[in-house]
Design a protein around this ligand. Structure first.
Ligand code: ADP
Ligand code: GLC
Length: 506
């Protein structure tokens, strides 16, 4: 099948590509955050364009065995550490597609349920675990005799892929593969002891400041940034932020150096899975044309959190990791005055920072009947919050892209966001009397700015129901599907392939 990419100036017809995704998370098998959603959804769209896409991920102890799994007959030898190690490879596919997903099982590295930590939060063997993932993914290509045109790595856990291909594997058939490295979040960089150079069997010559070395250690994210053929991040605004000292988390120098190879492509959403007209996690279905089911979702959400079942009170929802990046400390700080001044309800689902968990649990007690908190991870409840709330609160300090604001808009729930990263690229601010806007945007990362914006949203809801309804219609009419962005990724892959081989893929 032929594909015709539409951006970056390529317009000629090109042949289908072989693309390998290597990722620490894939929805619906294992998910910590939005990286899983992206890796579960983009390959689907690339496959629709005719490309041969496959995914490799670790078989953590907690991985959900969705669909049919079959073990490959031959064990997989992985050349890391002093002697070859072994993995059992499980093959399945992304649900409702023919996109293969290979899970690498190895007791020492992946038996634990945690993705990024070990028992009691330790993560001192992540260099070995993810070196194993990278080398294992490459060994699997060799074993299957399937040579990808492009290997697409995601965040620090896959930072060693490009350097492996640029050094020890450069003169093998696999060495022709271009690498694309996507930054989902620059805050997590994966610092590792220098021993990983030996462990990954890399030449010590790579342990230098423009390579593996960072303050005497190895920074796995930086390696990917230095060595990948092309780089991308998950929104155009974040691509601009990360090349500045304020947004670069110490890596802005490297990123400025590579700015000519870096593009920002906004994430899409899987709009088949996230569709209020069919979502099985919702007690009633609805669409922009008929929103009646949304009221039933709201009532169900109020019951779930033991809130007063009041159809009129505006309900604000939060679904988030409780990490400082997400700015929920601003909401915690604003909460007492907001709850006292405004007739609103608030529900929160999330986990992470212990102090924030406590604060929101305290709020559920202090404002009983108006405020509900559930600590933990719950995919179905996340969807009920998207469907049943009137507003979705996301006061992020930094947000590479953010998916939840897009889910909210698709569910007719107006996002209240801070103007940062992908939130700038996906939410249009509402201004009174103007026929535009899909949500509410504020700028200063302060509790006061957030409280004012919650007040503005609340006033719009109560006093300008026509404008509120128009906002909802506009939000629901946005096209956040992967279609446009998948075409941009195809162009990026082609760009990378040409740079790697000096010629279009033959
Ligand atoms: P990030 O990846 O930074 O966490 P995103 O907005 O890109 O932010 O994606 C978060 C994803 O994780 C969304 O699919 C969201 O629904 C999901 N999510 C976050 N916290 C929870 C939770 N506590 N329970 C269920 N899903 C959650
Ligand atoms: C990261 C970012 C988030 C982004 C997601 C998927 O987890 O924090 O903003 O949407 O990756 O790319």
């Amino acid at each position: 099948r032929l594909v015709r990419p539409a951006s970056f100036g390529f317009s000629e017809t090109v042949r289908a590509l072989k693309i390998l995704f290597v990722s620490p998370e894939v929805e619906p098998f294992v998910k910590v955050g939005g990286l899983a959603d992206m890796v579960g959804a983009l390959p689907k769209e690339l496959a629709k364009l005719g490309h041969d896409v496959r995914i490799v991920c670790p078989a953590y102890g907690s991985v959900k065995r969705v669909g049919e799994w079959r073990a490959l007959a031959a064990p997989l030898g992985v050349d890391v550490g002093p002697v070859t190690q072994w993995a059992r490879t499980w093959e399945t596919s992304v649900p409702d597609t023919a996109v293969p997903v290979y899970f690498l099982e190895n007791h020492d590295h992946f038996a634990r349920p945690e993705v990024y930590t070990g028992p009691w939060g330790a993560c001192d063997d992540n260099d070995r675990r993810f070196a194993f993932l990278c080398r294992g993914a490459l060994a699997l290509c060799q074993q299957l005799d399937w040579m990808p045109d492009v290997i697409h790595g995601h965040d620090w856990t896959t930072g060693l892929l490009p350097v492996m291909l640029n050094t020890t594997l450069r003169d093998t058939p696999l060495g022709r593969a271009a690498t694309v490295f996507t930054i989902h979040n620059l805050e997590h960089q994966g610092y590792a002891p220098a021993r990983v150079v030996d462990y990954a069997r890399l030449p010590w010559g790579e342990f230098r400041r423009d390579g593996l070395e960072a303050s005497g250690m190895v920074n796995l994210l930086k390696v990917g940034l230095c060595q990948a053929t092309k780089l991308s991040t998950v929104s155009p605004t974040y691509a601009q932020e990360i090349v500045t000292p304020a947004g670069g988390f110490g890596l802005d120098g490297v990123l400025r150096f590579r700015a000519g190879d870096l593009v920002g492509i906004v994430n899409g959403i899987d709009d088949e899975s996230w569709d209020p007209a069919h979502d099985r996690a919702l007690p009633a279905h609805y669409s922009a044309a008929d929103l009646r089911g949304k009221a039933r979702c709201k009532a169900a959400l109020q019951r779930h959190f033991h809130l007063e079942e009041n159809p009129v009170a505006p309900l604000f929802g939060v679904v988030s990791r409780l990490a400082s990046q997400k700015g929920l400390d601003l909401l915690a700080e604003a909460l007492p005055s907001v709850m006292e001044r405004m007739e609103i309800q608030l529900v929160l689902l999330g986990s992470g920072d212990g102090r924030l968990e406590n604060t929101f649990q305290w709020a559920a007690q202090a404002y009983r009947g108006r405020c509900g908190t559930q600590i933990g991870f719950d995919g179905r409840l996340a969807r009920l919050i998207q469907g049943g709330s009137d507003f979705f609160v996301m006061p992020s300090r930094s947000e590479p892209c953010g998916l939840t604001q897009m889910y909210a808009m698709r569910y007719g729930t107006l996002p209240i966001v801070r103007a940062t990263g992908g939130l700038v690229d996906t939410v249009q601010n509402f201004e009174e009397g103007q026929p535009r806007g899909t949500g509410f945007v504020f700028h200063a990362a302060t509790a006061g700015a957030l409280a004012d914006t919650l007040g503005w949203a609340c006033a719009t809801y109560y006093d300008r129901p026509r404008e509120f309804a128009d906002l909802q219609q506009r939000a629901m009419a946005q096209d956040f599907s992967w279609r446009k962005s998948a075409a941009q990724y195809v162009d990026l892959y082609r760009w990378a392939t040409e740079a790697r081989t000096g010629a279009p893929p033959a």
